[in-house]
Design a protein around this ligand. Structure first.
Ligand code: GUN
Length: 287
């Protein structure tokens, strides 16, 4: 079998064009959607990601604020900044780029965010709503994967899904969204026994490890006809690659996402969608 490609470029462009229209409608009603990004510390990869998110927002007409704290910042300074942004009526979405430096209590920062502006869907309120099946602002990578399934009409009901990631950003919320769609979900991680066997039996594999070549998902590791969603990003021979050895996986899977051009673009598009959702919620609440 040769897999069909799940094209993140096409689907993210579709999401972005809908977001752009929604932004125009909000502007017509006197609301300028605005996303504030917070980059704390001097991690160059995080700086690149934040720059892309700012550019994406501008592209669809979302205004941006760019907040940066030097690497020596204190926990209390970041909490204060978050509170300032929470209370600013012109700001609808707040994104604190993760990971934060080691000395910072990440949970306290996330919990300080207003759930109504939490465009990452990470606050205790939004993650609780998600686990109750009532998520509105949902984490961008998992909801972007659901958007890919919707676009290509891939029904995961009854599938054995294996998710190789247990983070709050990806693995845990994704497991809930797959469960909502009646998949049977196994979350795997570095201590999982018999990962090979679990992968071999999975109808759907979502892999988000990002440690090539130490972990490489090859065609020989998956079931014929399975679906492979590749969330991993790593540099290999100076090239951006996913967890999957794309060529061998393509020969065995029924569907596969490329890297680049797959899930990463969806994560970025869903942040814009969440920002517009947050702006719409703010408008409803002020009426
Ligand atoms: N770091 C890596 N991915 C993400 C993301 O989706 N949101 C935030 N805030 N930080 C990240």
């Amino acid at each position: 079998m040769v897999a069909r490609i799940i094209d993140g470029k096409v689907v993210s462009a579709d999401v972005k064009s809908k977001v752009k229209k929604a932004v125009e409608r909000l502007k017509d009603r006197g609301v300028q959607p605005c996303l504030a990004t917070v980059l704390a510390g001097d991690d160059p990869a995080s700086a690149t990601y934040v720059g892309s998110k700012q550019n994406d927002a501008k592209e669809v007409g979302i205004a941006t604020r760019d907040h940066r704290l030097a690497a020596t910042f204190k926990q209390s300074e970041l909490v204060e900044l978050v509170q300032l942004l929470n209370n600013d009526p012109e700001i609808h979405g707040i994104l604190v780029q993760l990971p934060l430096p080691k000395q910072i209590d990440e949970f306290e920062i996330i919990a300080a965010l207003s759930p109504l502006k939490d465009v990452d869907g990470l606050t205790p309120y939004n993650s609780g709503m998600l686990q109750s099946g009532m998520g509105l602002l949902k984490p961008c990578t998992p909801s972007g994967i659901m958007e890919l399934f919707d676009y290509y009409k891939i029904d995961v009901a009854g599938m054995d899904a294996v998710v190789v990631n247990r983070s709050n950003l990806v693995g845990k919320p994704l497991a809930l969204l797959l469960l909502e769609r009646d998949a049977t979900v196994t979350i795997c991680h570095s201590k999982t026994k018999d990962l090979d066997e679990k992968l071999r039996n999975a109808d759907l594999v979502v892999t988000a490890v990002g440690n090539r070549p130490r972990f490489t998902l090859t065609g020989s590791m998956i079931k014929e006809g399975s679906i492979v969603i590749d969330v991993g990003t790593a540099r290999l021979d100076n090239k951006l690659v996913g967890d999957a050895d794309f060529e061998s996986v393509k020969q065995k899977a029924s569907w596969v996402t490329p890297v680049p051009g797959g899930v990463g673009l969806m994560t970025r598009a869903m942040l814009l969608k969440n920002t517009v959702t947050a702006a719409s919620i703010a408008r409803e609440m002020s009426r």
